[in-house]
Design a protein around this ligand. Sequence first.
Ligand SMILES: *Cc1c(COP(=O)(O)O)cnc(C)c1O
Length: 407
Amino acid sequence: MTAPARTDRGSEELIRAEEPVLAHNYHPLPVVVARAEGAWVEDVEGRRYLDMLAGYSALNFGHRHPALIEAAHRQLDRLTLTSRAFHNDRLAGFAERLAALTGTDMVLPMNTGAEAVESGIKVARKWAYDVKGVPADRATIVVAADNFHGRTTTIVSFSTDETARCGFGPFTPGFRIVPYNDLAALEAAVDETTAAVLIEPIQGEAGVLIPDDGYLAGVRELTRRKGCLFVADEIQSGLGRTGHTLAVEHESVVPDVVLLGKALGGGIVPVSAVVGSREVLGVLHPGEHGSTFGGNPLAAAVGTAVVELLETGEFQRRAAELGAVLREGLAGLVGRGVVGFRARGLWAGVDVDPALGSGREISERLMREGILVKDTHGSTIRLAPPLTVTPEELAGALGTLEKVLTS
Ligand SMILES: *Cc1c(COP(=O)(O)O)cnc(C)c1O
């Protein structure tokens, strides 16, 4: 962190300045970040914080990873945008390497996670009509309660979070909601109209809910037997976070379609993708779907550099090894401010004793101690540091959590 912050206003003033001009769709912690490097961010006043949220996994490789920044700089000096009206010289390599990394055939590049989900829904429906033979406009998609797949009108149509839905109808039809982690309910909901089952392998926003062993394999078996697609939303769980490239690998499951986003952009630009078999993604023809920015050369260059980092296996290994440290640390806090927790790789949902405060209050206390986290529902906080975090930094964060919860 070399360059000094270039702002003439302090944190409090900047927070106050947002109020009248910025839509109030977020309630951020009162920290104004001005610079960052690796696992650390620095605010306007020069206070340093360990980033234990990592942009909801968009920063899996930390802030400004040198290889990613270099790839972006090199591409900025050459070519940034063409639109898909023309080919660009970065897209083929990105698609080849991402397909190889994820063990699939084809890639549909988009920008944000919600766009990847929307694209996955469109592709699944098209597959249902063109390949499966579902009558026109009758396709259904089965999803899980307490899901989080993004914020578009179609996606909130099948949310069970009233805050995310209320006031945004009318809603898109064609979705069936079943309890998560319940194969019998899924079995009952899937019929001949079903195009796909769309689930998160681990429900992040819901509090890092990890399904029982066998659930993902069961979803794979069921969807194959019933003749519908398994679409896995790995936008948050994928790309190293859980100790594997994809979270479905914990059960050696290969979905038909995987949705990627967040970390695919290396914390630099929004990059998302739908990856899947040729049988499924092959249903799209020119003009049927698109995006002005999807697959742009800057995104492809950064995305390729992200894939290169993951090809080494180093980040998946770190997530697994440091995940064990995280789990051990949290286990030591159970009964001492922590009621329970769920963790896989470098990702944990921690239920704090409600008597100690809401998740928000705990997050604010941690912030004052130099640790940034995000609460989810009630008294749950979510830990997801960059995969580049060191064992010492992680131990420090656990020590701070212990101090905040036990003092
Ligand atoms: C963040 C997220 C999305 C939406 O991604 P955006 O880039 O915010 O649109 C979708 N699914 C999951 C599982 C996510 O975590």
